[in-house]
Design a protein around this ligand. Structure first.
Ligand SMILES: Cc1ncc(COP(=O)(O)O)c(C=O)c1O
Length: 433
């Protein structure tokens, strides 16, 4: 049933007086209707107009246990009664780090900071310091935060990308320092030949290869079989580090992230989103000798809010809940999501719609494309964005929220009932097309 969004619209008008575009992150202004919310419970959200939604945005990923999970709420409430930050040591730091170490294969040591963007900054700095080299090899379509040094070739336009075999390094923001591009080399993803070629040309200069091990920021594209292993091998052969940006895949693809799922251990990993269960926490983890450069190794790092008790209390509760019963809650999310992927695919097939769904159960994306498979960012450029925008809007009108780029995140608290209602909403929308 179509929804009334008039309060959200009025609130947005008011917010525009005080906030750029009325939002706190411009990504959110792109939503077809920048909705205002007043509450959320489990897998459902309540907007300012009183409409409930089954939510697959999970706040762009963090809410792995949905909204207001009792275990997370209890832990944060307890922590809220104490000091919110010390700027000094307390037990929750090593307790949470121990938990991360027990789950994530590469995590010999763990450092905490507040956002995924910061975690990526320190990981790239550590890689450069450890190897004494400057260049970072990153891939088209991969996102590692919004800082000058990394916001390169994230979503380059077709006209500026250059040749697929030697892509241009494309800055993605006005105001970005112009020479950021000099410190990075870009390749197409999911081709070990492309990586081999870059290393053959510039191997001695490359500090690290950095990637999202599942390309979640360009439509949840899975790595080809053997690809991660091949890149691991090439990096090692040239003395470069392998860095997995697991801000999305961490605690989602598997408890130990994509590195555990695919059995490929990077030298460093960045973690964010799900780790905090909705609180502002990120982490970097990896080989002891690399992270130890922070102590007497001359690598600078800081952050007033690093490791504060409030977020760590939420994170520890989140990770304990995720890993309970051998990881049953996350297995459930992934299984339920796979069922949804299958169900949506089926509905589209019956309607003859060119819908391709890529990704894995707990994070997948919808693409309107004639392609049968996606391998890299360039393959997504032909997606029909107007169909996607229409779907996102019409699903919201039917009470289902997904991300504007067609991504859907499934939490541990979505149930068969939500899946059924979701498929019914898709069917209603597709029936009208
Ligand atoms: C893979 C990846 N890395 C880094 C980031 C940056 O994280 P944050 O938004 O917490 O700064 C994101 C955010 O979406 C991400 O998806």
């Amino acid at each position: 049933m179509p929804r009334d969004w008039s309060k959200s619209e009025a609130l947005l008008e008011r917010a525009r007086q005080s906030l750029p575009a009325g939002v706190s992150s411009p990504f959110r202004a792109k939503a077809p209707v920048p909705l205002f919310f007043q509450d959320g419970r489990g897998p459902r959200l309540l907007d300012a107009d009183g409409n409930w939604y089954i939510d697959y945005t999970l706040a762009w990923g963090p809410n792995i246990h949905g909204y207001r999970h009792p275990r997370v709420v209890a832990a944060v409430r307890r922590a809220a009664e104490g000091p919110h930050t010390y700027g000094a040591q307390h037990e929750l730091e090593f307790l949470t780090a121990e938990k991360v170490r027990s789950l994530v294969p590469c995590a010999e040591l763990v450092g905490f900071t507040s956002s995924g963007t910061e975690a990526c900054q320190i990981a790239w700095r550590l890689a450069r310091a450890y190897t004494g080299r400057n260049l970072i090899l990153k891939f088209e379509g991969h996102y590692h935060g919004w800082m000058d040094s990394v916001l390169l070739s994230y979503h380059p336009g077709a006209a500026e990308m250059g040749d697929p075999d030697s892509p241009c390094v494309v800055p993605q923001s006005r105001g970005q320092v112009p020479n950021a591009a000099e410190n990075v080399v870009v390749a197409r993803w999911n081709s070990s030949e492309a990586v081999e070629r870059v290393f053959a040309a510039r191997g001695a200069e490359i500090a690290a290869v950095v990637m999202e091990p599942v390309l979640c920021n360009s439509g949840c594209i899975l790595p080809e079989p053997g690809y991660l292993e091949a890149v691991r091998g090439i990096a090692a052969r040239y003395g470069a580090l392998l860095v997995f940006d697991e801000v999305i895949t961490g605690f989602r693809r598997a408890l130990g992230g994509a590195q555990q799922f695919y059995g490929v251990t990077p030298d460093l990993a960045t973690l964010g989103k799900a780790i905090g269960g909705g609180l502002a926490l990120s982490a970097f983890a990896g080989r002891r000798e690399i992270l130890e450069l922070l102590i007497g190794g001359g690598v600078a790092f800081g952050g007033s809010f690093n490791g504060n008790p409030l977020v760590l209390a939420g994170a520890l509760a989140t990770l304990e809940e995720l890993s309970r019963d051998g990881g049953a809650p996350l297995d459930h999310a992934n299984r339920l999501g796979e069922g949804l992927m299958e169900g949506i695919r089926d509905l589209a097939r019956r309607k003859g719609l060119p819908l391709l769904i890529s990704g894995f159960g707990a994070a997948f994306a919808l693409h309107f494309t004639a392609r049968q498979a996606l391998r890299e960012y360039r393959d997504t450029l032909g997606d029909d964005q107007s169909l996607l925008e229409r779907l996102v809007r019409e699903l919201a009108a039917e009470g289902v929220t997904i991300l504007p780029d067609g991504r859907m995140y499934v939490s541990t608290v979505h149930t068969a009932r939500e899946a059924e209602e979701t498929l019914a909403a898709f069917e209603k929308v597709f029936d009208r097309w």
